[in-house]
Ligand binder design. Structure first.
Ligand code: GRF
Length: 208
């Protein structure tokens, strides 16, 4: 199963996927064939380069409008013929063209328990609300912001002292759980595909 991973930052989720793919004990049935980003000079891209994996960058500001950016991102991703696309800390909402091409095969990881606290500030928003528990969600991407069908979630407790550093320590605790969850979900989907029961029933078939 061929994976393209999209990143915007430090790329620790990407690293967890790379480490699992390289670990013979895990026997992970996927190969990361490329890493894409919406900005250059980030640690996520450096991690891919160190692992010898091709990278591409599509910056919104290099295109006339969002639709052209989306077309370029779609083309760059398509060039690597992925079976599955993983948005791992990718801070852009993909467009209609991208979804028309890869819809149902795009996963995202979000640092909150959706549908609570969607958007770019999931950790901060849960803290500000005064929630006592938050966590992380791996879900399919649809055309909304963090609204697609949920695949798996893990809870993380919010401590009183988390209010003292604007969520930095909390985000680190979430990310530890998030990385394990993402590796588990991607491995499971790469092995068995995925069946979603209920009103949004769909089946994602990957590999064989
Ligand atoms: C993750 O918590 C992701 O859910 C969020 O940003 C973080 C990315 O971390 N949107 P990294 O780049 O994988 O280290």
């Amino acid at each position: 199963v061929r994976l393209v991973v999209l990143v915007s930052g430090s790329g620790t989720n990407l690293q967890a996927l790379l480490d699992a793919a390289a670990d013979p004990a895990v026997g992970t049935p996927y190969e990361i064939v490329a890493v894409g980003a919406d900005r250059s000079g980030i640690e996520g891209l450096a991690r891919a380069e160190r692992a010898g994996i091709p990278t591409f960058v599509c910056r919104v500001k290099d295109f006339a409008d969002r639709a052209e950016w989306d077309a370029a991102l779609t083309g760059a991703t398509e060039a690597h013929a992925p079976d599955l696309v993983v948005s791992a800390g990718f801070m852009k909402v993909v467009g209609s063209r991208f979804l028309a091409r890869f819809g149902g095969r795009v996963l995202n990881t979000h640092p909150a328990l959706l549908p609570s606290f969607p958007g770019a500030h999931g950790v901060r928003d849960a803290l500000a609300y005064g929630a006592k528990v938050t966590g992380c969600t791996v879900h399919f991407v649809d055309d909304g912001v963090d609204t697609g069908p949920v695949i798996a979630q893990r809870a993380v407790e919010i401590r009183d002292e988390d209010h003292t550093d604007e969520g930095a320590a909390l985000h680190e605790r979430i990310k530890e759980v998030e990385r394990r969850l993402l590796v588990e979900v991607v491995g499971r989907i790469a092995r068995h595909g995925y069946t979603l029961e209920g009103p949004n029933m769909r089946r994602v078939r990957l590999g064989h």
